[in-house]
Design a protein around this ligand. Sequence first.
Ligand SMILES: [Zn+2]
Length: 445
Amino acid sequence: MTAESALLDAALRAARDTHCLRVSNGARIEAAGVFASLFGGRTAAIIADENTFAAAGADVYDSLRAAGQPCLEPLILGPGIHAEMPLVERVEAYLEPAGAIGVAVGSGTINDLTKLASGRRQRPYLTVATAASMDGYTSFGASILHQGSKQTFPCPAPLGVVADLDVIQNAPEGMNASGYADLLAKCPAGADWIVADACGEEPINAAVWDTVQSRLRAWIADPAAVRRREPEALRRLVTGLMMTGFAMQAACSSRPASGADHQFSHLWDMQHHTYRGAAPSHGFKVGIGSLASLALYEAILDRGLDGLDIDAAVSRWPNAAENDHEIDALFPQAELAATARKESGAKYIDKARLRSELTALKEGWPSLRARLSKHLLSRAEAAQMLAEAGAPTDSAEIGISRARLKRSYLQAYHIRRRYTVLDLARQTGLMAELLDSLYPEEARA
Ligand SMILES: [Zn+2]
């Protein structure tokens, strides 16, 4: 057994919901065997869209029928579908008869729709992945548009996942690059957990950390091969994305996979950002968010915290009412301001707690600096890797101006209670200075 398969085995054992993962060339044909081993003679119910049905769904359907498995007529959604509540209800109604088991054949949207519909029916389901486009296949919870905003609804991850490398190799342009960017984001996300651990906000869980971080550099080492659709590079990418999902299942949290990098993306989702008529992919937004996060880390490491004036930082720290005023100024939309007040309020700390966290950071800075320097990619390295994979590296490529990006740091801090590099910059009182050093041309927000 290789080190990687041992790690994968351990991650599967620790995962809360998923019991089986099959990654291979031609795995779609094995889906019938996986289905029978997990669900016996229950009825299979394929959910796909026109493209994913053509790419894999038809073969899955044929192999299920050839194996004598009872099957509903497949539900083919689309075209141009979004992960939204009416479609969840449609999938739920489709799963109504006789305890049918959903077989999601697709990527993010199809998986999220089937995940929530199955969760609401309290039924397990199987996923057949058609692109290495994000890490959500094996994560718990589904991201669904509801009442005007993207919300994560708690629901179990699939009981089994089948990823066919032949299908993934032929995924539409940009999808695997998107997944590559989602995986690279685990580098700044890991740094956020290191800092949260160092200041006493959130201790690192070593087993979960290893699941994602111990092989991360190997998984993301060859972005050009991902772009060339080389099977071995795609296998590493799929493995990394699936492992990240297992880590989230084990942690019952997205902390192992998501830090400030994702907060930029969530912010732009909440602002309903579109570019050239469509929302940029999750991974492309997260890639730009990762570069923004890495740039801020670089600025902090350059400046250092040895000379941090803790008294000045504590005296500048806003009280709760001032924090709310800042949110109102940053978020003209009432709905967003309400979310920001709730999330930012949940992590608000008083001046005494701030002093104790800053003291821990300053005293521990030599070892924290060494740890971060060893862990982090530079912004330039990460940009090079994203470009080689075929992902955007300039925020303008996803329709975000530099001025908006600069302002997004201030907003992204407030929309989630998780401690990240944004909290580090804000709590030390250095955010404005650091952003001015990174974006000197752009006016201060
Ligand atoms: Zn992600």
